[in-house]
Write a protein that binds this ligand. Structure first.
Ligand code: NAD
Ligand code: WQD
Length: 337
């Protein structure tokens, strides 16, 4: 029995593959390497002392999926593959809907043909849209998304819900991640963005290592304690562990269910900068820049449902997030290259 992990060479996928291998699961990874390198999996395998089967291919490629399902005894799929840059999605909406929505439909159809009905989906806090009250609770209606990226996640959640209603064999859990950061404590695997990072922590880390000159803080006049944006940062290893709990919980749910995976606590951009400086011993020069289009002032998770039902909660706080980010960045100044 094996688990198929799409997008398993990427940031969150590679940490999850490691956790699966470490607990003894057999893993097949399908990744087109559009935003990852094979090196991440080599390092995962070294850390685990065990190999995963790697298939370089695309979730939109039916022949490739059929071949994988015919060659392995797969019982469940964890689906990370997709495009994830919010800003880029506003410029390339069709690519985002094709990859994230059509790609998921193709994957689900081929799973059905192969008789595979267990599914974990990488959703995002962004599905709560611009007007949800904080903290975000799973019972809050979702929608009002502000980018094609966010809408693609919303659409897939709806598709999963409809499919689960129509076919009682199918079970899916959507995990709504808040802001994943950090790296495996070994410093061997971590986040390796292409080009200039969009997200806060990789940007801070690249300033600290000298690849970038200074951080631009997008606004200091929000209605937050210090005026900078507040987010719920979650250590990627905690997040990876949440996938294992969700996988084990699939048989206990009634068709479809969504869970927040967050810490339930927010930190501001300035708090993140200070915590990083403390952990790394490096100065992170910054300047206050204009607000970034589409940014919200503050949001964090109500993380109670995952605690109660999945028996999952974060165990790594801000110090571990910063220590592990810096450990990864300083050991791999150019990422996997
Ligand atoms: P990532 O880009 O590191 O990983 C995605 C992986 O999918 C990459 O390895 C990429 O090469 C692969 N991929 C992309 N399109 C593919 C396709 N058509 N076929 C096969 N492989 C394909 O991103 P990540 O941060 O690890 O995110 C994983 C998932 O979690 C994504 O679906 C993302 O939208 C979601 N998510 C991420 C965050 C975040 O902040 N990192 C937050 C919420 C949700
Ligand atoms: C965090 C805070 C910025 C960069 C995005 C997606 C979300 C999810 C995670 C996928 C904000 C500030 C950032 C910088 C800054 N991804 N910032 N200078 O925007 O909360 O979430 O990634 O699902 O869907 O929207 O994360 O890391 O970009 O920003 O001041 O150079 O840091 O304004 O307050 P965000 P982020």
């Amino acid at each position: 029995m094996a688990i198929l992990v799409t997008g398993g060479a990427g940031y969150i996928g590679s940490h999850t593959v490691l956790a699966l291998l470490e607990r003894g699961d057999d893993v097949i990874v399908l990744d087109n390497l559009s935003n990852a390198s094979r090196e991440s999996l080599s390092r995962v395998e070294k850390l685990a002392g065990k190999s995963a089967v790697f298939c370089e291919g695309d979730i939109l490629d039916r022949a490739c999926l059929r071949d994988i399902f015919a060659s392995h005894n797969i019982t469940a799929v964890i689906h990370f593959a997709g495009l994830k840059a919010v800003g880029e999605s506003t410029r390339k909406p069709l690519e985002y809907y094709e990859n994230n929505v059509s790609g998921t439909v193709v994957l689900l159809e081929e799973m059905r043909s192969a008789g595979i009905y267990q599914f974990i989906f990488s959703s995002s806090a962004t599905v709560y849209g611009a007007n949800a009250p904080v903290p975000y609770v799973e019972t809050t209606p979702i929608g009002g998304t502000t980018s094609p990226y966010g809408t693609s996640k919303l659409m897939v959640e709806q598709i999963l819900q409809d499919y689960a209603k129509a076919d009682c064999n199918f079970r899916a859990i959507a995990l709504r991640y808040f802001n994943p950061v950090g790296a495996h404590e070994s410093g061997e695997i971590g986040e390796d963005p292409n080009g200039i990072p969009n997200n806060l922590l990789p940007y801070i880390a690249q300033v600290a290592i000298g690849r970038l000159e200074k951080l631009g803080i997008f606004g200091d006049d929000y209605d937050t304690p210090d005026g900078t944006g507040v987010r719920d940062y979650i250590h990627v290893v905690d997040l990876a562990e949440g996938h294992l709990k969700a996988l084990d919980h699939l048989t206990a749910i009634d068709g479809y269910k969504a869970f927040n995976l967050g810490a339930g606590k927010g930190y501001s951009v300035l708090e993140m900068v200070k915590a990083f400086e403390h952990a790394s011993g490096r100065k992170v020069p910054y300047q206050i820049s204009p607000r970034r289009d589409g940014d919200l002032a503050a949001f964090w998770a109500d993380a109670a449902l995952a605690d109660q039902e999945l028996n999952w909660r974060v165990t790594r706080g801000i110090d571990a997030m910063m220590r592990d980010t810096w450990n990864w960045q300083s050991k791999n100044p150019q990422g996997y290259k």
